[in-house]
Design a protein around this ligand. Structure first.
Ligand SMILES: Cc1ncc(COP(=O)(O)O)c(C=O)c1O
Length: 368
């Protein structure tokens, strides 16, 4: 037997049963990691790169678990108190911490509303926590009766608003009913990763009234900082204290804290707002272009920095775009989203290149 086989047997023997069944998350980077020249329109990142100052005077020291100036800066931005904020390695870590702190493996369940962001399910599976589903309606609205049917059965309800990948918002009345119905039995986690693109719809002002409301935020999208991995959980201070029991001792590297604090300064916030405006204008232009292509249909809403399309010859179109160095995200495996691609909004040049490539593809097909 080769060494490799011996190692494999040992790993198979030791590995947890629930982990054996898992496949790693197919992130945009995992799918196309070697293609550095490409136009990355597949992970809803910002196309902008902004500059920051780094002070290296403290790099010999472990960082604060929860850097005070960063907590205060985010609390100020979100109009909550610093006790209502937890900072983590991206919103993804926030999802994981909630599941670890509140769900007992092999016993408790979470509820998701597909089609939606994939990490709720993956994080739960990783910790052997079961996942129930209350799918959105065909129009991508919350199905309230379906959600309420799981009352007393789940510990966490994940609602993504604006929702990835449909770009739609959860209706306020339904969310309020849901918070009330679950007041004594579950936390309702509203994932606001894209909220800067629909700011008037944010839920942070409801935190004071609903102790079971939890909000997830990130610097990865509108703030153009996916590379530093920084996200926030906003919640009742008791929920935040529970999460602090399971977070790693030093989750936020010092350079991350410095950059994030600068991004949340007045200057940083003004830049973010300006770039959100630019992206929304770009989205408008791209939408106009796409609406002129009869072989595809724009579906869902446009409350975030992407557009969802249902298209003819999806596979061939995706392959053609890839050949042109344009990477977009295939969403066909999600419920209701057969033949759908998600296009992240890039800068003007990238969007023009994308629109031209799509038109060119269908013109070529017509000639065949
Ligand atoms: C809805 C949603 N929530 C959370 C995340 C993860 O954010 P972060 O980069 O902060 O981990 C994403 C990333 O794509 C997302 O789409």
């Amino acid at each position: 037997m080769t060494d490799n086989n011996i190692n494999r047997q040992l790993v198979d023997k030791l590995l947890c049963d629930n982990v054996k069944a898992l496949t790693p998350y197919q992130s945009a980077r995992r799918l196309f990691s070697s293609n550095n020249q490409a136009d990355w329109l597949n992970a809803n990142e910002s196309p902008y790169t902004n500059s920051y100052q780094l002070d290296d005077a403290q790099l010999n020291r472990y960082p604060d678990c929860q850097p005070t100036s960063l907590l205060e800066a985010y609390a100020n931005y979100a109009d909550v108190t610093a006790e209502q904020v937890l900072v983590s390695r991206g919103a993804d870590e926030g999802i994981e911490l909630l599941i670890r702190a509140f769900c007992q493996p092999g016993k408790d369940k979470i509820l998701i509303c597909p089609p939606t962001y994939g990490m709720y399910q993956i994080s739960a599976n990783t910790f052997n926590v079961a996942v129930e589903q209350a799918p959105l309606t065909q129009e991508f609205a919350l199905d309230l009766p379906a959600i309420l049917a799981f009352k007393e059965q789940v510990k966490l309800v994940f609602i993504c608003s604006p929702n990835n990948p449909t770009g739609t918002l959860a209706e306020k009345q339904k969310l309020l009913q849901l918070l009330e119905a679950y007041a004594n039995s579950a936390l309702v986690v509203v994932d606001e990763a894209y909220i800067e693109f629909a700011w008037s719809q944010n839920w942070s002002q409801e935190l004071a009234q609903y102790p079971n409301l939890v909000i997830l935020r990130t610097l990865s999208k509108a703030f153009a900082l996916a590379g530093i991995r920084c996200g926030f959980t906003l919640a009742n201070p008791l929920v935040i204290q529970a999460l602090l029991k399971v977070i790693a001792p030093y989750p936020i590297p010092e350079p991350v804290a410095q950059i994030a604090t600068q991004a949340l300064s007045q200057k940083g916030l003004a830049l973010c707002k300006q770039q959100v405006g630019q992206l929304q204008a770009q989205q408008h232009t791209l939408l106009r272009e796409l609406n002129g292509v009869p072989q595809l249909q724009v579906i869902g809403g446009q409350q975030a920095n992407f557009i969802l399309i249902r298209c003819q010859q999806k596979q061939a179109l995706m392959a053609f775009l890839c050949q042109q160095g344009i990477l977009v995200r295939d969403q066909s495996k999600q419920m209701y989203l057969q033949d759908c691609l998600r296009l992240s909004i890039g800068d003007r040049q990238q969007n023009q290149k994308l629109a031209s490539a799509i038109k060119h593809f269908y013109q070529q097909q017509e000639k065949k």
